[in-house]
Design a protein around this ligand. Structure first.
Ligand code: SAM
Length: 273
């Protein structure tokens, strides 16, 4: 019995090593329960009975790696996800940022951390365009989306959507900010101009700074507690004074940053530096 468990543990460790080496995905960052649940999805899909079977499969069939990456990264997202949060963003957060810019250098920097296929970044871009109207081009706007999953980033850069991710886009925005081609909705050039997407690991990647607002939603729930604490401090440091931090509805601010941020709207998980 003990021997079987040790073998199972050794196979699991071997699997983590393979994943790190071939996908650059650092398994130690994530809660073990989450990680095992995601791997089990692929074990079931490939009819692998044990971790050992799955390791063998990976070693003999490299086509399985992209499937595994997709299962591990959980890219599910949609435009204006949790519309009640975007309601506050549209009516309070972005107007406050715009007002604070006054007449000086009108630069607006926003970071969508863990951006998946880019819809969060484009949702913010739509709202900024809607609020600024003709003044949109007078601002130097840069919305940066970062993620570890290169396939998602590619989709973000292309800005072509068709499925369930469109469900909360209001009709006026559909016609103003997308070009319809067949079943596809293609993000307008005007929005693409102010967005950029790049590969970056939130834990081990370079630190960024100078942001007016950071959105990091539905990303940290899977991280180990200590990494969450570190990341929230990184976000605090990456924000300009009075900058906003928007978390996911099921995420909670923990660690030292909890005493440093002030709660702007706790229900919608919006904090301010
Ligand atoms: C569920 S999506 C969230 C998308 C969007 N923020 C939202 O709320 O709809 C989670 C994203 O976090 C990304 N992610 C996970 N670990 C990451 C890490 N260490 N660094 C950067 N991105 C990460 C995944 O690749 C995935 O695209």
């Amino acid at each position: 019995m003990l021997e079987t468990m040790q073998k199972k543990d050794a196979d699991y460790e071997m699997l983590k090593t393979l994943i790190h080496k071939n996908l650059g995905f650092n398994c130690e960052q994530y809660k073990d329960s989450h990680f095992k649940r995601r791997i089990d999805v692929r074990l079931r899909a490939t009819n692998s009975g044990t971790y050992r079977d799955y390791v063998k499969l990976l070693q003999s069939n490299s086509n399985e790696y992209p499937e595994l990456m997709e299962a591990l990264t959980v890219n599910v997202t949609n435009f204006f996800r949790n519309p009640e949060v975007y309601d506050v963003v549209e009516k309070e957060i972005l107007p406050a940022l715009i007002k604070a810019k006054g007449t000086g250098l009108k630069s607006i920097r926003i970071w969508s951390a863990g951006c998946s296929i880019g819809v969060e970044a484009y949702s913010i871009a739509m709202l900024l365009h809607y609020l600024l109207g003709n003044d949109f081009n007078k601002y130097n706007i840069k919305i940066t989306g970062t993620d570890i999953d290169k396939d998602s980033l590619l989709k973000a850069q292309q800005g072509i959507y068709s499925g369930a991710e469109m469900k909360d886009v209001r009709p006026a925005f559909l016609s103003s900010y997308f070009v319809k081609e067949g079943n596809n909705f293609i993000v307008s050039e005007e929005l693409k101009k102010v967005t950029q997407f790049k590969k970056q690991d939130l834990i081990s990647g370079p630190k960024m700074n100078g942001f007016d607002a950071i959105f990091c939603r539905n990303v940290t729930i899977y991280f180990q507690k200590e990494l969450q604490e570190q990341l929230y401090m990184d976000f605090y440091n990456a924000l300009l004074k009075d900058g906003f931090f928007v978390m996911g509805k099921t995420e909670t601010l923990i660690g030292p940053s909890k005493d440093m941020f002030r709660a702007y709207n706790s229900k919608e998980r919006i904090y301010q530096k």
